[in-house]
Design a protein around this ligand. Structure first.
Ligand code: CP
Length: 306
């Protein structure tokens, strides 16, 4: 039995297979419409979500399966003090595979140690968000045609933004990747990402504060929101929240084929006037999230469709 805790749980070759499968699902949805007949996905979300939970459920339903679960800890026996380990033991009796989001870093890993079914980390605190990374890689691969030789700007809350941590960890395995890390001083990437991931893999990167200076050189700009829920006080959040706003005038500084990605939800960091720019790929990215999760469910359940 296989779980997904980090994007590194898949080799580069396995990721390639997963993306090929996702592309085939996009092209031939009918072929996969009954692949998961009789299977059940549990979505155990201890933290709010729109895209991740609903795209997982959409993915399972599009594969012919069914879904059950809870959308907040308050609506589960966690509110009565039940542990994650006990919960997953029980859910293993009710479902065939599970996606779990939890505010505590490592909670899905703890669950996976006693689970009778595959557990997918759907976001754990400020740590990792591997299925967002599968979505991001699929989007870049499909829209740029490659995952190598790219200059990638990551902008915003690089400290608490788990999507950024997972994406950097996954992309350092490809040739010719160069990162420009754009953040205020207080929201720079954690030391373990800088030292154990970037420096340890000899990946070229620079850390800057001004988005305008970085924009002309980027092949891809990955915007993130400031993670309000991870701040210890409101005052710091309010000071940081509008540090970056990507608008039409800033887009004029970028290459004509630079893609703008964002895991969403957005708050103010991308002005709505950018939405109609052909380089704005964040809504298409959310759509790729369904194909990526369909491919992941099939892979973890060991289901092959001929
Ligand atoms: N991208 C993402 O994780 O969105 P949700 O928080 O809505 O799931």
């Amino acid at each position: 039995m296989r779980h997904l805790m980090s994007p590194l749980d898949f080799s580069v070759e396995e990721l390639e297979q997963l993306m090929n499968l996702a592309n085939d699902i996009e092209r031939n949805p009918k072929k996969y419409a009954h692949a998961c007949d009789g299977k059940i996905l549990a979505t155990l979300f201890y933290e709010p979500s729109t895209r991740t939970r609903l795209s997982f459920e959409s993915a399972m339903i599009r594969l012919g399966g069914k879904c059950l679960g809870f959308a907040s800890a308050d609506n589960s026996s966690a509110a009565k003090g039940e542990s994650v380990s006990d919960t997953i033991r029980i859910v293993s009796c009710y479902a065939d595979i599970c996606a779990m989001r939890h505010p505590k870093e490592g909670a899905p890993l703890v669950a996976s140690l006693v689970s009778g079914i595959p557990v997918i980390n759907a976001g754990d605190g400020g740590h990792q968000h591997p299925t967002q990374t599968l979505t991001d890689l699929l989007t870049i691969h499909s829209m740029k045609g490659r995952l190598n030789n790219l200059t990638i700007g990551l902008c915003g809350d690089l400290k608490f933004g788990r999507t950024v941590h997972s994406l950097i960890s996954a992309l350092v395995r490809y040739e010719g990747i160069r990162f420009v890390l754009i953040s205020p001083d207080e929201l720079r990437v954690p030391d373990y990402i800088r030292n154990d991931v970037l420096k340890a893999n000899h990946v070229e990167f620079e850390e800057v504060t001004k988005l305008e200076d970085a924009l002309p050189n980027l092949d891809l700009l990955y915007m993130t929101r400031v993670q309000k829920e991870r701040f210890f006080n409101e005052e710091d959040y309010v000071r940081m929240k509008d540090f970056y706003i990507l608008d039409k005038s800033k887009m004029d500084l970028a290459k004509p084929d630079m893609l703008v990605l964002h895991p969403l939800p957005r708050v103010n960091e991308i002005s709505v006037e950018v939405d109609n720019d052909p380089r704005a790929a964040y809504f298409k990215q959310a759509q790729y999230g369904v194909y990526a999760r369909m491919a992941l469910i099939l892979t973890l359940l060991g289901i092959e469709v001929q």
